[in-house]
Design a protein around this ligand. Structure first.
Ligand SMILES: Nc1ncnc2c1ncn2[C@@H]1O[C@H](COP(=O)(O)OP(=O)(O)O)[C@@H](O)[C@H]1O
Ligand SMILES: [Mg+2]
Length: 470
């Protein structure tokens, strides 16, 4: 395998203002703590610190070169001097994209981006060399970094694109220049910054600007903004629109999804062809992500059957639906950890999973929820929280523990029998939840990252007798 970048290629892409010593690089990073030997380190100006302060250290730790916009003291190694390091990163990303012969997919949506992207990585990497964004590297830094990391040998490239504010998706979509773009769904996420769901749909559809020739748009047929997204996609010139979902109108249709201990058994119709597969993650929302991913695979020209088989190894990650069995008393409890993030769409998806998860004899369904963030101020945010009451009722949760100021609005909608406690924050809630659990229970914990519901997860684990295995 040839190196990721040679100094000649980097010089051609970045037009540095001073001569550059020769090097070859195997990676690209902006995070000085994560520098690996052979990386190109980009000194970016962060919110709290300036990357130039870490250049000497990055080079000392083996970085092949550092991209800088001013002099740095004590830096020993190849320096690439440019006017603007952020622009240079975008330029290198573009160069990575331009030279690539890979088939490229871009993934956006209100929820399920990382899950779908990771599923695609698993489904394609068993077929040919595949590169995908790491974690949720989906913003103005994460996208160009991911493009700059695309190895020249890759046959498939999968890129997550996200947004918190209007106008963020279009420039990233133009950088990625995908052959296939998927919008997992549209819902009230970051609606505080965006104003309305329609505005969110319009923003998501910017994924289809600047796509490659013959582009395919994969859209959620069940979403109420489907037509709006399809219109935008056509206006942006995509060649084909493929719908996925439960709807009989979907080209890729989820037929059934049965939960079992370690995931789901799924049946789907992909362009009229029935396929059945095992998925290592539980829940209809995950099954829908997998159906979307299957049509992306098809549109990329990869093998759908081989991809479906690989879904057995796709698992929910910690904080995003991972399940754990823990010893409690003389039995076990099942912990559904969704502490990484929460919004009205993903909380409902989790409640649907809870409703279909059976407690063991003597056990109950217990729910711990923290505030969903970024839903706007006061009354609007309260209304989204209170609006979960029906889904909480059908989840079968018999004891509900809540924390955070907005969850007070949901608390007021619960029946007295459902009420566990409401506390101001997760630290004060953690012991209440841990103390309530008994053998046989299923407990689901969810909240926005800022609500710190991991504190509740940790308290449950600490109070248990440890992992019981599956
Ligand atoms: N299609 C979906 N519908 C509803 N919730 C989903 C869906 N896909 C994933 N989720 C849930 O949303 C949360 C975030 O998932 P993730 O894939 O990280 O989304 P994103 O990258 O868009 O933030 C997780 O808790 C996950 O279980
Ligand atoms: Mg993500």
């Amino acid at each position: 395998m040839s190196s990721l970048w040679t100094s000649g290629e980097v010089v051609a892409a970045l037009s540095p203002v001073a001569p550059v010593a020769p090097f070859t690089a195997e990676g690209v990073t902006f995070d000085s703590r994560a520098v690996s030997k052979g990386d190109i380190f980009f000194a970016l100006a962060g919110e709290t610190s300036d990357g130039h302060g870490f250049v000497a250290d990055a080079l000392a730790r083996g970085a092949a070169a550092a991209v800088v916009s001013r002099e740095v003291e004590g830096a020993h190694g190849a320096l690439i001097r440019v006017h603007d390091t952020m622009k240079a990163l975008v330029d290198l990303g573009r160069a990575g994209r331009r030279r690539s012969k890979a088939r490229i997919a871009s993934v956006t949506g209100s929820v399920g981006k990382t899950s779908t992207k990771d599923a695609l990585r698993a489904m394609l990497s068993v077929q040919a060399p595949t590169s995908a964004s790491v974690a949720s590297y989906n913003n103005h830094v994460g996208v160009p970094i991911s493009l700059a990391r695309l190895p020249r040998e890759s046959r498939y490239g999968i890129f997550e694109i996200g947004m918190n504010h209007p106008g963020e998706i279009a420039p990233l979509a133009r950088q990625v220049e995908a052959h296939v773009g998927v919008v997992t769904n549209v819902g009230p996420v970051h609606i505080g910054h965006m104003g309305s769901e329609e505005a969110i749909a319009d923003e998501k559809s910017c994924l289809f600007t600047g796509m490659a020739e013959g582009a395919v748009a994969v859209l959620n047929r069940d979403n109420r903004h489907y037509d709006r997204l399809a219109d935008h996609a056509r206006r942006f010139g995509v060649s084909r629109i493929v719908g996925f979902g439960r709807s009989t109108l979907a080209d890729a249709r989820l037929l059934s999804c049965d939960l079992h201990d370690s995931g789901s058994d799924v049946a789907a119709l992909i362009h009229g062809r029935r396929i059945e597969y095992r998925l290592g993650a539980a829940g209809e929302h995950w099954a829908l992500n997998s159906v979307a991913a299957l049509v992306v695979v098809e549109a990329l020209g990869a093998d759908v059957a081989v991809a479906a088989e690989a879904l057995a190894n796709v698992k929910a990650s910690p904080g995003r639906g991972a399940r754990r069995m823990l010893k409690v008393g003389s039995g076990t409890i099942e912990l559904l950890d969704e502490s990484y993030n929460a919004n009205p769409v993903s909380v409902r998806a989790m409640l649907a999973v809870l409703s279909r998860t059976l407690p063991k004899p003597g056990g109950r369904r217990i729910l711990a929820l923290g505030d969903m963030r970024e839903l706007g101020e006061g009354v609007t945010a309260d209304a989204y929280h209170a609006g979960l009451a029906d889904a909480v009722a059908t989840s079968g949760a018999t004891q509900v523990f809540l924390c955070g100021p907005h969850m007070k609005a949901l608390w007021q909608c619960l029946t007295p029998a459902q009420r566990g406690v409401h506390r101001p924050d997760s630290t004060s809630l953690a012991q209440d939840v841990a103390a309530a659990l008994r053998a046989g229970d299923v407990v689901a914990v969810k909240g926005s990252l800022g609500s710190k519901m991991k504190v509740v997860v940790d308290a449950i684990v600490a109070a248990s007798g440890g992992e019981a295995g599956n």
